[in-house]
Design a protein around this ligand. Structure first.
Ligand code: 8ID
Ligand code: ZN
Length: 354
């Protein structure tokens, strides 16, 4: 039996405070279009992206009113009538990731770069997301969750996990190389440490505070640099990496400052993976040193359907474990405040049925 109404957290206008309601309509099975499915959510992770969406601080606008959230896990309770060749069925446990829909037929989709499909829809940004008890998504894009991975463990792999997994895959770093991870104590960063060590990389974690230092070291970071305490970040990172600099960096900090010196602490031939999406920021790198050090700078945007399955599979084998605290949807506002102040260690995962 599908209820008519549900709890949801709604952003009514750009930068407006969240409005928590318990009477948001649930799209009924008869109202689903072919290819759509209705998912009853068990939980949803909270990504810093959700805060950017609420604040409207990116160049591209979110839909309004908006239900945020894109790290959801739940059961398929309905599939639109006349849906053909669905890869999932009623009762399947699936994940809702950032990429909710893409055409699967344009050049980018055909090349496996569906996240950059010009016709895409993003959960919690251009289509309503997972901060509600039920969400409508698309059968071809929901991600099957491995049986031996609990829903709360799986949630943040769907954005944070897949994003850093893909960024590391394309970072050109190889076994034994040093990887610098600014933002290492946050949602994306703490998972990046674990995917990186699984690949045989040596991690320099860069973030701030005792709690984040402990977590990073516990997860396998060999070196730690506190960006608030360091008097010279570049010098400290170079010293931590055998005096020669990191082979690659995956920047997941939500601030432009974390990008400022990246080219300077990279080793010659190094790669900068651009992942964190600070508001109103642009990348500036010294052209002379980018050229003479042979630096590669690559943008990396979440991952495709295959990346999502691979990232989950690695987590299901216990190689990567999300460090999270459970909260309720009613605690989303204080979770955003915590993210804003940089106080969230690891991730917050909301219990959507509480
Ligand atoms: O596809 C993508 N590229 C993608 C996917 C998902 C998320 C990009 N993102 C973006 C988000 O929109 C956000 O801008 O990645 C960024 C990080 O998301 P998150 O991991 O969910 O945020 P967080 O948990 O707040 O972690 C950020 C960490 O950065 C640290 C903070 O202390 C925090 O632990 N940090 C900051 I702020 N400034 C720093 C600095 N200068 C820093 N760490 C090192 N140096
Ligand atoms: Zn995200």
């Amino acid at each position: 039996q599908i209820p008519k109404i549900q709890k949801a957290a709604i952003v009514e206008a750009t930068d407006a405070p969240l409005k928590l309601v318990d009477n948001h309509p649930v799209r009924q099975p008869s109202e689903l279009k072919p290819g759509e499915c209705l998912v009853r959510l068990e939980c949803s992770g909270v990504c810093h992206t959700d805060l950017h969406a609420r604040k409207g601080d990116w160049p591209s606008p979110a839909k309004l009113p908006l239900i945020g959230g894109h790290e959801g896990v739940g059961l398929i309770v309905a599939i639109g009538e006349h849906t053909q060749d669905s890869p999932v069925k009623l009762g399947d446990r699936v994940g809702i990731k950032w990429l909710a829909y893409s055409c699967l037929d344009c050049e980018q989709c055909r090349k496996g770069l569906e996240q950059s499909c010009p016709n895409n829809l993003c959960s919690g940004f251009t289509t309503d997301g997972t901060f509600s008890q039920y969400v409508v998504s698309w059968v071809r894009h929901v991600t099957p969750i491995p049986e031996n991975l609990e829903s709360f463990e799986a949630a943040s792999i769907l954005c944070a996990g897949v994003t850093v997994y893909r960024a590391l895959k394309y970072s050109q770093a190889h076994i034994g190389d040093w990887i610098a991870l600014p933002g290492a104590g946050g949602g994306l960063g703490h998972l990046a440490i674990q995917y990186a060590t699984s690949m045989g990389l040596r991690v320099v974690a860069i973030d701030t505070g005792e709690e984040k230092r402990k977590l990073c070291e516990q997860l396998g970071a060999e070196k730690w640099v506190d960006f608030r305490e360091s008097k010279d970040i570049v010098k400290d990172i170079i010293a931590a990496t055998d005096g020669q600099g990191a082979h690659s960096a995956v920047v997941t900090a939500a601030t432009g400052a974390a990008y400022a010196q990246a080219v300077d602490y990279l080793r010659n031939g190094g790669t900068l993976m651009v992942v964190g999406l600070p508001a109103h920021a642009s990348l500036s790198a010294d052209i002379f040193y980018t050229v003479t050090k042979s630096i590669s700078i690559l943008g990396s945007y979440v991952g495709n359907r295959q990346d999502a399955r691979e990232a989950l599979e690695i987590a299901s084998r216990g190689k990567v474990k999300c460090f999270f605290q459970r909260r309720t949807l009613a605690e989303l506002t204080e979770t955003y405040e915590g993210l804003e102040r940089g106080e969230i260690v690891g991730r917050i995962v909301l219990d959507m049925q509480d």
